[in-house]
Write a protein that binds this ligand. Sequence first.
Ligand SMILES: [Zn+2]
Length: 244
Amino acid sequence: MTLAADVTAVDRASAPDAREIAPGFAALGVTAFTTTRAAGSYGLHGEEPVGTVTARWDDLRASLGGARLASARQVHAATILRHAPGWTGWLRADDADGHIAPLPGTAMAVTIADCVPVFIAHRSGVTALLHSGWRGTASHITGRAIEALAAERCPPAELVVHCGPAICGKCYEVSPDVYGTLTGQAVDRPTRVDLRLLIAEHARALGVREITISERCTRCDNARFYSHRAGDGGRQLAVMLARA
Ligand SMILES: [Zn+2]
């Protein structure tokens, strides 16, 4: 591959229409965004050849200055990995849906297509990134991350939290069982639920004050984002990096 081709691919990975910027983080020295359909899919189990998809991950990492990049096989659970520095390259860890970088310079990524990407940062440069679908929300993965950050001397009242593009409360209907698990309320028919509002409630209950929710719905804005419920096999990537 020529150098010119590399630059083009990296430019494409970082083009404005290829990224939905998470607000509130730039002032903390943190890069935080969710890719869009224009960036292509980052899902390793889609219809595209794996080589095409891994090249896309490589281009994205290059666009982050070649920072070490942590990801994991996602299993809709509440395991959160803590990534101490001292390594290079792209990590794909075993089963986990959350990541914490206790020091700047470690990028983290989760794949998303309706589930909620939750970005958390502290002004000290400690960051966390979570993948929270209904199971992760029911098991309070965001709350677990906030508690883990408190142990890193980042109290909840000093955190910035953002819920990125995800399926909205009008588009997301769940079974009575799931609704009951999420809300503790009994219903007798499929009912709509807003995962991002629930996550924000969980965060507020732990003392977080600065919480924003993206207006973007992956299903309403299906031209811009992949949506599992809309039938897409593709995945966008939520990415976070506190610059060293
Ligand atoms: Zn919607």
